[in-house]
Design a protein around this ligand. Structure first.
Ligand SMILES: [Zn+2]
Length: 573
């Protein structure tokens, strides 16, 4: 089936757009070349506030399900217009505010006067009523190199000086992937990045920064650099630094930018000049041979905001986790995704313990695949968190609890590493012996203990919490399960399997059937660590069924329980 054009499906719709514009007295022209290439573009002249401008309406492939774009670059509005391409912001939320019955002529009559008024007004009282309260950061329009990123922290209080030096932690040069780790200026104390950011980017590079009073309205790297040099002649001469096989000069441009509705903050963009490394002599000889030396390549790198406050913007209820430590025991199909979820949630420090190696076949229910097969599970998760969530510090031990090795106290060391300063023990070991051991260790430390396990086949699971100030201990919980005071989750009656080449039997079950269990375990842990901010759970044990009595698939169905002290428990005499 061929992909039909919207104006072939609805020819009367295109006719209607044109006739409606003519009715307003315009002379709309449909671009014939664009139409032959498969797109409708309509141009017309329109006078706005005494100024005549060319308007260009560009219609999307899926018109009229999606809105057209209206370009009028000669208008030069201060707001509500892309400062480079000139398209107008006629809808605050194009995906929500557009109706397929809308059309260009109606927008010219109803929307354009409002947008022009708000876009040129400086009096907040005038714009208050008519515009959506959202920031319009100019840097989103810059022509940044694909994949470039330089981290900054929105909470920095930057000096008001006009220039200074920078230290960048660098991961790679082209495209530039780096972090600002220090901002310096004469006569002011340096602004310094968080330690985990410095550790994440071990190679450093000296650079410079310049402040400008208004955003530079040039989208291209060369155009932006030329305008910067006109304002700061010092920026003209690169200060080359050798980095591997290239020489590089990086300049951070600081400019006022909307960070909230009509509120200016510090915006950043980075200009990068590179040329092949080599001695001046080599470059001079190259000139002698009448071969033009390659001029530096200029590109732009986008800023990324990555302070602790920036990372909490989307998850404000998790702020208390920043200074909490969680110890995760067992990094299998439940423990590994839980550990990553704690890192995503912004837990300040994680202790990780697992003695296993990632099997190639683990990838069917493990967060990472073949790239880490053959490595230890604990170092693999540690490396991933260090790379992707560096604000979470991790310590790990590659150790199987209960192993007796002559000579040294490896287990004592492993436990010290993983439990140091911990606020919560999260047990995904799936071993009754280990559970009892860890529940006792948590009890000795007076901290909460949470255990998660799944049943064979991934048919069900249990999430259980032992509170240091609670009634029930781990043995009370086991007795309650034995007595069926707490129901058992369903279980595949088939036997456990031992995949070829795997050192020990394991259970069958899919990653997505384990997900409800570990997600509930993480929620319970977060609720335990931040009950006021996130919310408290009024239960200690939850049991989930993903299959009914006959083994048929059902939606996850939970029951929650709050076991008390068990009369036969010997721990409370
Ligand atoms: Zn007990």
């Amino acid at each position: 089936m061929t992909n039909r054009r919207w104006w072939e499906i609805w020819p009367e719709r295109l006719e209607f757009e044109i006739e409606a514009l003519k009715a307003l007295g315009f002379d709309p022209i449909v671009d014939a070349g664009a139409r032959a290439a498969g797109q409708i573009i309509i141009r017309f002249e329109h006078s706005v506030g005494g100024q005549t401008a060319t308007f260009t309406a560009v219609f999307p492939h899926g018109y009229p399900r999606f809105p057209f774009e209206l370009y009028a670059p000669e208008l030069r509005l201060g707001h509500h217009q892309n400062p480079f391409a000139g398209n107008l912001c006629l809808l605050a939320r194009p995906s929500e505010d557009w109706r397929p019955s809308d059309h260009v002529a109606r927008f010219l009559v109803d929307q354009l006067p409002v947008v022009v008024q708000a876009g040129t007004a400086t009096d907040l009282g005038v714009v208050e009523a008519v515009e959506e309260h959202q920031a319009e950061p100019v840097s989103v329009y810059y022509d940044h190199a694909d994949g470039s990123l330089v981290l900054v922290d929105s909470s920095w209080s930057l000096p008001s000086a006009t220039s200074g030096s920078l230290e960048l932690g660098v991961e790679r040069i082209e495209p530039l992937r780096a972090a600002v780790v220090e901002v310096r200026t004469a006569g002011a104390p340096p602004v310094v990045a968080l330690d985990p950011i410095r550790a994440r980017f071990p190679t450093s590079l000296r650079a410079r920064w310049f402040r400008v009073d208004a955003p530079i309205l040039e989208a291209t790297p060369a155009g932006l650099l030329a305008r910067l040099i006109a304002l700061h002649p010092d920026a003209d001469r690169p200060q080359w630094v050798t980095h591997g096989s290239v020489e590089v000069d990086v300049i951070g441009i600081l400019f006022p930018e909307e960070i909230a509705w009509r509120t200016a903050g510090d915006g950043w963009t980075f200009v990068l000049r590179t040329r092949p490394a080599g001695s001046r002599e080599a470059r001079r000889r190259a000139r002698d041979r009448r071969t033009r030396p390659a001029s530096p390549t200029v590109s732009l790198a986008r800023a990324g905001r990555y302070g602790t406050a920036d990372m909490l913007a989307r998850i404000p209820v998790l702020a208390p986790l920043r200074d909490r430590t969680v110890s995760v025991f067992g990094l299998g199909g439940l423990g590994a995704p839980s550990a990553l979820e704690f890192a995503r949630a912004g837990v300040g420090c994680l202790g990780l313990l697992d003695g296993d190696v990632v099997e190639a076949g683990n990838g069917v229910r493990w967060p990472l695949g073949l790239a880490v097969a053959g490595w230890g599970k604990a170092p693999a998760i540690h490396d991933l968190i260090h790379r992707d969530w560096p604000l979470t510090r991790t310590r790990f031990a590659r150790w199987r609890l209960g192993t007796a090795v002559a000579g040294e106290d490896h287990e004592g060391e492993a436990l010290s590493t993983v439990l140091e300063g911990t606020d919560l023990v999260f047990d995904a070991s799936a071993s009754l012996v280990v559970q009892r051991y860890l529940a006792d260790l948590a009890n000795e430390r007076g901290i909460p203990y949470i255990s998660v396990w799944s049943t064979n086949g991934g048919w069900g699971g249990v999430v259980a919490r032992i509170r240091p100030d609670g009634q029930a201990c781990w043995l009370c919980l086991q007795l309650a399960l034995n007595d069926r005071l707490i129901p058992h989750p369903p279980e595949d009656p088939g036997t456990r399997i031992q995949p070829a080449g795997c050192g020990s039997p394991t259970f069958t079950g899919t990653s997505f059937d384990l997900a409800p269990v570990w997600a509930a375990g993480v929620r319970l842990a977060v609720s335990t660590l931040a009950p006021d901010a996130y919310g408290a759970m009024d239960w200690d044990v939850a049991v989930v069924s993903l299959r009914d009595d006959r083994g048929g698939v059902i939606m996850p169905t939970w029951t929650t329980h709050r076991p008390g002290r068990h009369p036969r428990c010997t721990n409370h005499v």
